[in-house]
Ligand binder design. Structure first.
Ligand SMILES: Cc1cc2nc3c(=O)[nH]c(=O)nc-3n(C[C@H](O)[C@H](O)[C@H](O)COP(=O)(O)OP(=O)(O)OC[C@H]3O[C@@H](n4cnc5c(N)ncnc54)[C@H](O)[C@@H]3O)c2cc1C
Length: 254
């Protein structure tokens, strides 16, 4: 089984985000593996442990993303690939990232690709489906269960709280939804082993791509935080007076 996990690093969910000059400032922010990608990595490791094969984790980012790839290796992935676009790409969007991943994977023997359902920062949920489209393979999003028998695959897909059972075949791309599994924490021996596992570093040149081939098709024209909410009011006095006042306030809204 040749299994690939595409993964993105994101701000730690505990971080406060600042916007300056229409950019999200990451000064001093801690990064983590996108939480949905942790389900994808865990599932890939479980499939490999059951059916054999190899798990490769890959990301398109800058060299700082090596840290999150090493964490994935410490969880149990076998190999990592970092496609470093920091110096080559000025404006990136979902077209950029999926074209690069698709170009890398198109000559590989791929049985299964796992991605997160959505990145908790960019949040478009586009990369998985776009990569599957480029490779011409089926995809199923938001899966909560994966069973592989031969090249047949039985999936449970979350549909806003309900479940859909889908049968398809390998090669396949799936995106992971919360509830797929409980991602493991890297163990100390896992962390030690991860230091020696292979991590391949590539640039656009290595994929025979140049900046024009991956030029963003969209432009982010503005980024802003939601307006601060005004403080709520607590009504006081007799309950009858409170009800009257509340009804008056609600009337003003309609
Ligand atoms: C170096 C760099 C520069 C960027 N510059 C800009 C910019 O100039 N302007 C701008 O608007 N945006 C920029 N971005 C953001 C980038 O365009 C988006 O993060 C990207 O298109 C993914 O979209 P998304 O966050 O909506 O992911 P989603 O589609 O929501 O992600 C879904 C899943 O796809 C996979 N995935 C997502 N991103 C990656 C990745 N990079 N590598 C591997 N797998 C991935 C993960 O499994 C993830 O869970 C930049 C990103 C990078 C890494």
């Amino acid at each position: 089984m040749n299994i690939f996990v595409i993964t993105k690093r994101t701000f730690d969910t505990e971080e406060r985000i600042f916007v300056s000059n229409r950019n999200i400032s990451d000064d001093g922010a801690e990064y983590i593996i996108n939480p949905y990608d942790e389900y994808a990595i865990e599932e890939a490791i479980r499939v490999r442990d059951e059916l054999g094969g190899e798990v490769t984790v890959m990301t398109v980012d800058g060299e700082e993303a090596e840290k999150q790839l090493r964490t994935a290796l410490a969880m149990g992935a076998d190999k990592a690939v970092l496609i470093n676009i920091e110096d080559d790409v000025e404006d990136s969007d979902q077209f950029t990232i999926s074209t690069i991943i698709g170009e890398y994977l198109k000559d590989k023997e791929v049985d299964l690709i796992l991605a997160g359902n959505v990145a908790i920062d960019g949040g478009s949920g586009q990369i998985g489906p776009r990569v599957a489209h480029i490779l011409g393979i089926p995809y199923v999003t938001t899966i909560t269960k994966l069973e592989i028998t031969g090249d047949k695959v039985l999936l449970t897909k979350d549909v806003e709280g309900d479940s859909e059972i889908i049968e398809t075949s390998l090669p396949l791309l799936v995106t992971a939804q919360q509830g797929l599994n409980d991602p493991r924490y890297p163990s100390l021996p896992g962390i030690m082993k991860a230091r020696k596992k292979p991590l391949e570093a590539l640039e656009l040149d290595d994929l025979d791509l140049d900046e024009d081939d991956v030029k963003a098709k969209t432009e982010t024209v503005d980024i802003f935080l939601p307006p601060a909410k005004s403080a709520g009011r607590i009504l006081e006095g007799d309950i009858e007076d409170q009800v009257k006042e509340l009804a008056g306030l609600l009337n003003k809204l309609v």
